[in-house]
Design a protein around this ligand. Structure first.
Ligand SMILES: Cc1cc2nc3c(=O)[nH]c(=O)nc-3n(C[C@H](O)[C@H](O)[C@H](O)COP(=O)(O)OP(=O)(O)OC[C@H]3O[C@@H](n4cnc5c(N)ncnc54)[C@H](O)[C@@H]3O)c2cc1C
Length: 467
């Protein structure tokens, strides 16, 4: 490669890298995007990882800033409720949010989007702007500092020089790997004892959805669970989350035959709906789930981490991509504050401000995602917990200014994750007291319970959830 000394290198053209490139291009920046994969428009989408994702308010806001809402809306399916499948075949619906308060005149809801098409929309929009060049089949192996900026080394592709790197190369980031050689750079990672495997549920015999397409389906079974999220082509992507080892773990279901018996025993209503079960089971990988944390997210005015490269989280709040999109939007907002093309000194301020604003929030959404794992897996089938959720839902319906459930703060608001987590802890304490009332089962929908919760909230919850 020959070019050198040019503006910004974005390493990784996944979801966050593509959106970041688009936001920079909208501001007239010159951007080179380097991606290790082949161009998906020529070879199809990479297989083997979360085929569809839940997009929510933080993601939409970033897409709005990038001018990509209309294109993404074309491929986004509204998903209005969780549908819990009990062991006895019973179905329990929990709406995600409030009626009429969502985007596009919808109820508050999440949106299922396919990873491949979403990635392509963002990348093509970025490429369509002058100033963005995407270089596929460029795997960053290392970089080093020089007087003009940074020299990036690519496997089999030589080297290039840029002023700065935005590292959006995912959970196992090569950019972060290099930053770990910097003095006093903190890093930790921890794997969940659980992994996941995806199985496709095709359309039914009439060409329609096999199960309710307006819901995210969950089969909670204690220490493991199955989930299903719809796709616009009338398929569902089903994901089994289970421990790698031990009872009911992947090690006990090494082949399609034993996996069939497992599904017959735990998810009997599913097997008939997945005729391709054996093929998918044998072909699709069993993947691991990692949480990473690091600090700082930048080095001087030269390198900045964003998205999973800065904060990989487990997928149980549906916020990995959304928080990465929020990173991209916040960077763009910071650039707005400086206007035009910031100087190298200003880039230093922007990067350090970015770490200051985002690091605590990355940690908080990592904690929230782990906490939601336990909730979805163990508690969504528990009648006491379901009653608590019904009470919270009632409070939110009747007093939307005074009680915002944690899920709503995370999914439907722009409150910093760190504040949502803190308020969530306070609300937990309040609900524990309310649920301890001896009359709770009979009086849960009465004014006494309502006032009890609201009074405690007024004393303990800081605004905005209590304004
Ligand atoms: C099972 C599962 C379900 C999920 N569901 C949701 C959900 O519902 N909602 C949600 O918001 N999030 C969800 N997520 C999280 C979401 O997938 C990630 O947060 C998101 O993909 C992060 O985007 P990213 O661009 O930071 O990283 P990635 O999507 O991982 O993209 C990184 C890119 O960098 C490239 N790259 C890597 N190394 C190099 C290198 N050395 N040189 C050049 N390029 C490189 C990769 O090829 C890739 O294209 C889920 C994750 C999983 C695993």
């Amino acid at each position: 490669m020959t070019h050198s000394g040019n503006g910004t290198a974005v390493v990784g053209a996944g979801l966050v890298g593509s959106l970041t490139a688009l936001l920079l291009a909208n501001r007239g920046h010159e951007v080179h995007v380097y991606e290790r994969r082949k161009d998906p428009r020529k070879v199809g989408d990479a297989v083997g990882r979360s085929i569809n994702l839940a997009l929510s308010e933080r993601g939409w806001r970033a897409l709005e800033k990038a001018g990509a809402v209309d294109a993404v809306r074309e491929i986004a399916m509204p998903v209005k409720a969780r549908c819990m499948h009990g062991r006895d075949g019973s179905l329990t619906y929990q709406p995600y949010g409030l009626p009429g308060k969502g985007r596009f005149g919808h109820d508050q809801c999440i949106y299922s989007v396919a990873r491949g098409p979403l990635n392509r929309i963002l990348l093509e929009a970025a490429e369509a702007k002058g100033g963005v060049q995407v270089h596929f089949e460029h795997r960053l192996s290392d970089f080093r500092y020089n007087a003009d900026g940074l020299t990036l080394d690519f496997e089999d592709q030589g080297e290039v020089t840029h002023k700065r790197i935005l590292g959006t190369d995912g959970a196992f980031s090569a950019v972060r790997q290099r930053m770990m050689k910097t003095d006093r750079f903190d890093f930790s990672q921890s794997y969940l004892e659980h992994g996941y495997k995806e199985i496709a549920m095709p359309p039914n015999g009439q060409g329609g959805f096999a199960i309710d397409p307006q819901a995210l389906h969950i089969w909670p079974r204690g220490h493991f669970m199955l989930m299903a999220l719809p796709n616009p082509d009338k398929t569902f992507t089903c994901t089994l989350f289970a421990p790698f080892d031990g009872p009911d773990g992947f090690s006990e279901i090494p082949d399609a035959q034993s996996a069939r018996a497992y599904f017959e025993s735990h998810f009997p209503d599913v097997l008939d709906l997945v005729p391709n079960f054996d093929k998918d089971w044998n072909t699709n990988p069993t993947s691991s789930l990692v949480t990473t944390r690091c600090n700082p997210w930048h080095i001087e005015n030269r390198v900045l981490l964003m998205g999973d490269a800065a904060h990989a989280i487990v997928p149980f709040y549906g916020q990995g991509m959304n928080s990465g999109f929020e990173d991209a939007r916040v960077l763009s907002d910071l650039l707005d504050e400086y206007g035009g093309d910031p100087s190298q000194t200003e880039w230093g301020d922007i990067m350090s401000k970015f770490t200051e604003l985002r690091k605590a929030n990355g940690d908080a959404i990592g904690d929230l995602a782990l906490r939601n794992f336990v909730e979805m897996r163990d508690r969504t089938g528990d009648p006491h917990f379901l009653l608590q959720k019904r009470i919270e839902r009632r409070l939110a319906d009747l007093h939307p200014e005074r009680w915002i459930p944690l899920y709503s703060m995370v999914t439907f608001s722009h409150l910093p994750y760190v504040d949502a987590l803190a308020i969530g802890h306070i609300q937990d304490g309040i609900m524990a007291e309310v649920m301890d009332r001896p009359d709770i089962n009979s009086a849960w929908d009465g004014t006494e319970v309502e006032h009890h919760a609201l009074e405690l909230a007024a004393q303990r919850v800081p605004s905005p959830a209590n304004s």
